[in-house]
Ligand binder design. Structure first.
Ligand code: ZN
Length: 485
């Protein structure tokens, strides 16, 4: 597999460092609020990467942390009169609710910052001992950036560029504006732990260095996170870990792109900020997951409700086709009509296309394109009266069905029973359109009565009434069916 490595800015062949085992660390959330679409994208992207590596047969150890003490958590706790611990626990719980809905698998190890204070104190002590860090009179400990000559190698920055933007805030006792905090002396009312430098709490960057090293050997095969974490967070993690251990920290650095809202950065102040909960109140979580995978993970993803509706249509098309394939495969009386060569070749092309897309830097967008090709091909076979009933047709449809099921388990979409998904989707679309299904059923029953009584004026009037409610009625051999217009 070729994977884009931010370290070096090229696609590189991914080979695990230790036989079949793959170690992967991804920076998790700071638990002070509900997760937004940016968090959803990062979680889904790395979930697909883990699933794909396992699909390839690797034995993956996946670690994703929770930052459960931090300025933002403490601020939030003070605002609502709660403790930092309770705020963090609440939003870790909410994180799981969202991730379970999105089909994001749990990581193998999910360490919390506050449960790894001894490891962080040890790492800080080692950095001081080796001359890479220093304690100030008030009990802060800073990493000495200029003591680590490789600083900036991940994000492509050099020390001189960084000096321009660096500041020493009032009250800080940094020896150099570039230095960053490993340990922060306790302020009144903040959670704190004992340390050789007095009571305090860890700086944000420290936990990932301490926790990844605790659970996996260095270098890690893969370290991941959102693009916004590359600098300074990941740069600081590298400095801490490599200065302390003398080992390379991670072989591959994988970063997912930003989510934009109508081509603008998503932010609370611009009023274009959406939590996962905002979206899943209106759309099925699987639709959001599918939407997030329709772009390559490194490209910026432009979110809009129109785009989400398009994704919903796509998911509906796939499930409707899967339902039709299943129904055709359940039939019998197969003929000997041969399958045209070009159809078989086309299917082989899609199968290779999906596999190649995953191998080429986890290109889920291209992979989905090929899966849609298979769906269109299945449609061609199903529409052809002779092929639909042919043994060769059944073989091809089974192959398409198996192909989609195979990749569904990697993508985490299109894996449900089609009828169940389509029912739920209909309910979701009806709710968005303000349609009450019970009311529709009442009107449909009246329409049926009118039709039995041959009162077509009345039955047409009911149809119009339903149309005004954005309900479309179809008369099928199984009776009346309805859908959202
Ligand atoms: Zn991190």
């Amino acid at each position: 597999m070729r994977l884009y490595n931010t370290m070096g800015r090229t696609k590189q062949e991914f080979t695990p460092l230790r036989g079949n085992a793959v170690s992967m660390y991804v920076c998790g959330i700071t638990a002070y609020d509900y997760c937004h679409i940016g968090h959803a994208r990062s979680a889904v992207v790395f979930d697909v990467l883990v699933r794909y590596l396992r699909h390839k047969g690797y034995d993956v150890t996946f670690v994703r942390n929770f930052t459960d003490v931090d300025d933002k958590i403490i601020k939030r706790a003070n605002e609502v009169g709660s403790s930092a611990h309770d705020i963090a626990e609440k939003f870790i719980g909410e994180f799981y609710v969202d991730m379970d809905a999105l089909g994001v698998l749990r990581a193998d190890i999910e360490p919390k910052c506050t449960e790894h204070i001894p490891e962080m104190l040890k790492l800080t002590g080692e950095l001081i001992e080796k001359g890479h860090a220093y304690a100030t009179p008030s009990g802060d400990v800073y990493f000495k950036v200029r003591s680590f000559p490789d600083y900036g190698k991940l994000s492509g920055r050099n020390i001189e560029d960084l000096v321009v933007g660096a500041r020493v805030e009032p009250g800080e006792e940094k020896l150099d504006p570039l230095d960053f905090a490993l340990w922060k002396a306790a302020k009144p009312g903040e959670p704190s732990w004992d340390s050789p430098w007095g009571k305090g709490r860890p700086g944000w960057h420290l936990e990932c260095s301490a926790m990844s090293e605790k659970y996996m050997p260095l270098p890690l095969d893969i370290h991941g996170g959102g693009q916004d974490l590359a600098f300074p967070h990941h740069e600081n993690e590298i400095a801490q870990s490599e200065a302390a251990t003398g080992k390379e920290f991670a072989k591959f650095w994988v970063h997912n792109g930003f989510v934009q809202i109508n081509s603008e950065k998503m932010s609370k102040s611009l009023g274009n900020f959406f939590t996962i909960r905002d979206i899943t109140a209106k759309f099925m979580p699987e639709v959001l997951r599918y939407f997030l995978l329709t772009m390559h993970y490194r490209s910026p993803l432009d979110f809009s409700f129109d785009a989400l509706e398009e994704a919903e249509k796509g998911a509906r098309r796939v499930y409707a086709a899967l339902g039709q394939i299943d129904a055709a495969l359940a039939g019998s009386k197969w003929s000997k009509t041969p399958m045209p060569r070009d159809i078989l070749d086309e299917q082989a092309g899609y199968e290779k296309g999906v596999a190649d897309a995953f191998e080429d830097d986890l290109n889920t967008a291209a992979a989905l394109g090929h899966l849609f090709g298979m769906i269109r091909l299945a449609g061609r076979v199903l529409e052809d009266k002779a092929l639909r009933k042919a043994e060769a047709g059944r073989d091809l449809l089974s192959r398409i069905r198996a192909g989609i099921a195979n990749w569904s388990s990697v993508l985490g979409v299109f894996a449900r029973e089609p009828a169940a998904f389509l029912d739920e989707l209909k309910a979701s679309r009806a709710a968005r359109a303000g349609i009450a299904p019970a009311q529709v059923e009442v009107l449909l029953a009246r329409r049926l009565e009118a039709r039995k009584a041959k009162d077509f004026a009345k039955s047409d009037a009911i149809r119009d009434e339903l149309a005004a409610m954005k309900v479309e009625v179809k008369d099928t051999p199984q009776g009346q069916a309805w859908d959202v217009l």
